[in-house]
Write a protein that binds this ligand. Structure first.
Ligand code: HSE
Length: 450
């Protein structure tokens, strides 16, 4: 632990005093910003009791003032396109960043923190890429940095890891943290439709954005995995450390094979603390990939666009948190929870628990991570092919737990399920299988890893 951590924990952070109003600036008035404004208006009296002082929204920054002028919720509130000036004002105590993107909000959040404002942000990409820099700026200024809404919106998973499990040893976190991809995979599973059709349905219903890349390629989930791993293991894992594979290659065939073997395919964010034989932590890993989840596992039944986070901790055991991981009101609920926390500290004094990555574990390369695999191949249907291919696994020291075969004319569909193997080992096997004269195609490799 560095001296800075101790110094900032023990520092003296006086409050404004009970009954004093707390000045808030909101940056961004999209779906979430509008809901935050609406809820602050609606819950105002209750919030005052809970905080000990009134929340006063003293400015809202947007890129185009004319577009928002006169909109409901903005009565008596200054609307500006000059966010930099707004967050420098003396009457602003807390800045709520709801802009999205990375570079511009990073600049604003750093400026706000340096100016002594506490910051509440819903921006997962920003936190996953720059948590160290932001948290250092918050520590130096003695203010709060809250980001509950950055992971799974209304599900209070950041606070749960930061506060409720602060005394425990978290071993593993596996979560469905992206609603769009869960909707698509669930639609494929329940209706038999293919990926493109399910994506079109998600777009039609407003789950998928016009450009769905960040969701379907797993980038959104990877940002959340970085935050969960950092929080859960008291270390620093950045977006760039997270192995990421999306759902775009999942076919109706993969879904059928999963169903037949008693599994459901989910896009999981998996954060794992790796230990040696003596039980000492050797590092951590965070990854996002389609995963075969046994139907009896609680994550398998998380349907539609819901999110769920499954946590395994040494003393607490297994916990699951389930709910709405996206949407204006659920995200605004998390923002408001953070706002109340930051405002209480402004009124009464003190600081929230800050990020404390004291454990400083190395991030273990994905190649060293082990799981079980489900390999779907099309092979020539000739005598001896099965034992030939089984030898490829045996030579690499990987044992098989099941083999299923379906014949169709001169070719056969083969599904091989392995016991635990490292990614590096598995990749070597898949390369050899792909070059084998009797293997027409390795159709898919999906991990069994819930
Ligand atoms: N687009 C995300 C989802 C929500 O589909 O879950 C914001 O992270």
């Amino acid at each position: 632990m560095t001296a800075a951590h101790v110094e900032n924990r023990n520092g003296n952070f006086p409050g404004k005093g009970i009954g004093e109003a707390v000045g808030v600036a909101i940056l961004g008035k999209g779906t979430v910003g509008s809901e935050v404004l609406r809820l602050i208006g609606e819950f105002s009296d209750n919030l005052e009791h809970r905080i000990g002082g009134r929340i006063e929204v003293r400015g809202v920054a947007v890129s185009d003032v004319t577009k928002h002028a006169g909109a409901p919720g903005l009565e008596g509130i200054e609307l500006t396109d000059d966010a930099r000036s707004l967050i420098s004002r003396d009457d602003i105590d807390i800045v709520v960043e709801l802009i999205g993107g990375i570079d511009y909000p990073r600049e604003l959040v750093l400026q706000a923190l340096k100016n002594g404002k506490s910051v509440v942000t819903a921006n997962k990409a920003l936190v996953a890429a720059h948590a160290d820099e932001l948290s250092t700026a918050a520590n130096e200024a003695g203010v709060d940095l809250y980001y509950e809404a950055a992971v799974a919106a209304a599900i209070p998973v950041v606070g749960m890891l930061r506060r409720s499990l602060a005394g425990d040893q978290v071993q593993r976190i596996s979560g469905i943290v992206n609603g769009t991809t869960n909707f698509i995979l669930d639609a494929m599973t329940t209706t038999g439709m293919g990926y493109d059709e399910a994506l079109a349905e998600a777009t039609r219903l407003g789950y998928a954005e016009a450009d769905p890349t960040a969701d379907v390629e797993g980038h959104d989930a990877a940002s959340k995995a970085a935050i969960l791993a950092s929080m859960g293991f008291h270390t620093r894992v950045n977006f760039a450390d997270v192995y990421c594979e999306g759902i775009t290659k999942i076919t109706a065939d993969d879904i059928n094979a999963a169903t037949e073997s008693g599994h459901t395919i989910k896009l999981l964010a998996i954060c794992e603390r790796l230990v040696d034989a003596a039980g000492n932590t050797t590092g951590v890993n965070a990854r996002v990939h389609p995963t075969l989840v046994p139907n009896e596992h609680p994550l398998a039944s998380v349907d539609k666009s819901y999110n769920a986070i499954f946590v395994e901790a040494e003393a607490a055991g297994r916990l699951m948190f389930y709910g709405n991981g996206a949407g204006g009101a659920p995200t605004a609920s998390a923002v408001l929870g953070d706002l109340v926390g930051a405002a209480r500290n402004k009124v009464h004094g003190g600081r929230a628990p800050a990020d404390n990555p004291y454990a400083d574990y190395p991030v273990v390369d994905f190649g060293e991570v082990t799981s079980r695999y489900h390999i779907n191949m099309t092979v020539n249907d000739r005598v001896g092919v099965l034992s030939d291919l089984a030898r490829t696994f045996a030579e690499a020291g990987v044992s098989l737990s099941a083999v299923r075969q379906e014949e169709s004319g001169k070719e056969a569909h083969l599904i091989v399920v392995t016991h635990s193997a490292s990614e590096k080992n598995l990749r070597g096997i898949v390369d050899k299988l792909s070059e084998h004269e009797d293997v027409r195609a390795v159709n898919s490799v999906i991990r069994l890893d819930a």
